[in-house]
Design a protein around this ligand. Structure first.
Ligand SMILES: Nc1ncnc2c1ncn2[C@@H]1O[C@H](COP(=O)(O)OP(=O)(O)OP(=O)(O)O)[C@@H](O)[C@H]1O
Length: 570
């Protein structure tokens, strides 16, 4: 393990440290990175096999870490790392299986030929170029969204959902819209060929295409030929548009018939009917993959989850609520998840409707909604696997603020931002194409979680609607939705709509709006967030909160209207 008087991996780690004078690397001292005292460094057989430095405020170049030849996992998410990745292949990185680079400032091309790579998370960087140099046949977790990539998506990557590619400069092809540039170029080529052809016969033969284009206005023959090409293009386009329209209308009629024939059928069908077929297919194929691994059904982004790995993961209790207990689980490969173990009292037995509902919830993907990655139901045990969000909940923020011992100030801007994020998440849930429409059912500060960047995400969508014993477990129905007061008093504060007090009442989108309004009022009026320079915005937000908490459900605005009203203050 030790060559030339030093550890083989030492040079790369020290070189990385020299670029990153971050506090996180202060423990990187001494001759042996495998001594156990180097933060984030894991070794196997005396060689560095993993570097785990998510959220470590790193600034410099990532490249030296990719010199570690025995590395299996590199996790440096949510830093400010810069620079390019060197070309990686089976010689440079034969064991690399998980490359987690999301949310940095990395640039350059993705030139990776890694037959064993299983995870590539490169979203939210500045990678550019195409994906043609990406050869990762074993990949099952993949995301390159929000970069500067362009060009075709190869068929080997097209099984991933559009969310894995979105937000790039100009990526195209399945699952994104098809590459229209190919068509446009062909048309342009044929148009310019037509023009060039005419130039060859013209007295000005020899001028180049652009010159001829300039000339065309003063030369009747050229302009006529140019027009023919343009007309041909126009007619071609018109024919294409007509054909597409006809196909769309036919599809629409077919879908409507299908929907009518099974009005309240499962939401899966209605989603597909509303144009989600492609996504659904992918999710289903993911599910198929997962179901083979036991009782665990996984959704997009959770393809690698295995029940055995989950059960073996080290876990830490995050908290216990009415619906069950939630754990932070660190899986074998360093991936962290939040696992909710449902209360058998609230969710007894196996219900097909509930299973179906969870599959629907597993399709929700939005930057302000916590993603459900997997669901397991076996021997009366129900586990839900969510993304782990590391920055606590709105409730904890309010408590920290109220308690005086602040770790993070809940200033006016932060409050507004969190509530606007939450409103967007809830609006997405409410407008998700499903029949019956989706309802959150438990909107309250402990279900508004903060991600790595401090953005707020709505968690636990649609769960409490399926709880069966609310009334029995809590005699005063609505108190199940009550939460510890956010302020210092420690009393109870209700978020549930009054109509839910009736026995057998079920949450609705209107009751969600009520809870959102209560939460907005709680956040706006909590101590310490006085708006700088007057209370105009505060008053505006309070007014929205009051509208949302109207006694009569039908008088409350819809979440889309709440969003519009709030956007005035953002
Ligand atoms: N995905 C997650 N990432 C990080 N923390 C989470 C996650 N999900 C839940 N938590 C935290 O775990 C704790 C327990 O959550 P849990 O949902 O079990 O209870 P609750 O929200 O208090 O009540 P309820 O059961 O009514 O939702 C809360 O502090 C919550 O903020």
């Amino acid at each position: 393990e030790v060559a030339n008087g030093g550890h083989q991996d030492l040079t790369f780690l020290l070189s990385f440290k020299s670029y990153n004078n971050a506090a996180a690397l202060e423990t990187w001292v001494g001759p042996n990175p495998c001594s156990g005292s180097w933060l984030g460094v894991r070794c196997s057989r005396g060689r560095v096999a993993g570097v785990f430095l998510d959220d470590a405020a790193l600034l410099g170049s990532v490249a030296p870490l990719l010199g570690l030849t025995q590395i299996r996992v590199l996790a440096v998410r949510n830093n400010s790392l810069t620079g390019t990745l060197p070309p990686l292949n089976n010689c440079t990185s034969p064991r690399l299986r998980h490359l987690l680079l999301s949310h940095n400032n990395l640039s350059g091309s993705l030139n990776l030929s890694l037959p064993s790579l299983v995870t590539l998370r490169a979203e939210h960087n500045s990678f550019s170029g195409g994906l043609q140099e990406l050869h990762v046949p074993m990949i099952t977790r993949f995301n390159v969204s929000v970069n500067k990539l362009a060009g075709d998506i190869s068929s080997s990557l097209s099984m991933f959902p559009s969310s894995s590619f979105g937000g790039n400069l100009d990526l195209c092809g399945k699952p994104l819209p098809r590459c229209v540039h190919a068509y446009t170029n062909a048309v342009q080529d044929s148009a310019s060929n037509a023009t060039t052809g005419s130039i060859a016969q013209s007295p000005t033969a020899g001028t180049n295409a652009s010159d001829s284009a300039m000339d065309s206005s003063s030369n009747g023959r050229f302009s006529k030929l140019g027009m023919t090409a343009l007309l041909a293009t126009g007619i071609g386009n018109a024919v294409l548009v007509t054909v597409s329209l006809a196909i769309s209308v036919a599809t629409f009629i077919y879908i409507r018939r299908k929907l009518r024939s099974s009005p309240m059928e499962d939401a899966t069908k209605s989603n597909a009917a509303l144009g989600f077929e492609r996504e659904d297919d992918k999710v289903r194929s993911g599910e198929d993959k997962c179901q083979k691994s036991g009782a665990l059904v996984c959704f997009e982004g959770g393809e690698e989850l295995r029940l055995e790995t989950l059960l073996k993961a080290s876990a830490e209790v995050l908290g216990k609520g009415v619906s069950g207990s939630t754990y932070k689980a660190v899986l074998e490969d360093g991936i962290v998840a939040a696992v909710k173990r449902l209360s058998a009292l609230q969710f007894p037995g196996r219900s097909k409707a509930f299973d179906r509902h969870m599959r629907l919830v597993g399709r929700l993907r939005h930057r302000h909604v916590v993603s459900l990655r997997g669901y397991c139901s076996s021997n009366g045990e129900r586990l839900l696997v969510y993304d782990y969000l590391p920055n606590g909940s709105l409730q904890s923020l309010l408590q920290i603020n109220g308690g005086g011992g602040r770790t993070r100030s809940l200033d006016w801007g932060t409050r507004k931002g969190i509530m606007f994020d939450a409103a967007q998440g809830l609006n997405y849930v409410h407008t998700f194409p499903a029949r019956p429409a989706l309802v959150h059912g438990n909107v309250k500060p402990s279900n508004i979680l903060l991600d790595e960047r401090g953005a707020a995400c709505v968690s636990e969508c649609g769960l409490m609607r399926y709880a069966v014993n609310l009334q029995q477990s809590v005699p005063q129905g609505p108190e199940v939705f009550l939460d510890r007061a956010a302020g210092s008093g420690g009393g109870w504060r209700g978020y549930a709509a009054p109509e839910l007090a009736a026995s057998g009442a079920r949450a609705t989108q209107e009751s969600d709006v009520y809870s959102f309004g209560m939460m907005l009022l709680a956040v706006v009026t909590a101590k310490g967030g006085e708006e700088e320079g007057g209370g105009e915005e505060t008053m505006g937000m309070v007014r929205i909160g009051v509208l949302c908490t109207a006694e009569a459900p039908e008088e409350r605005p819809r979440m889309s209207q709440v969003l519009t009203m709030m956007s005035e203050f953002i």
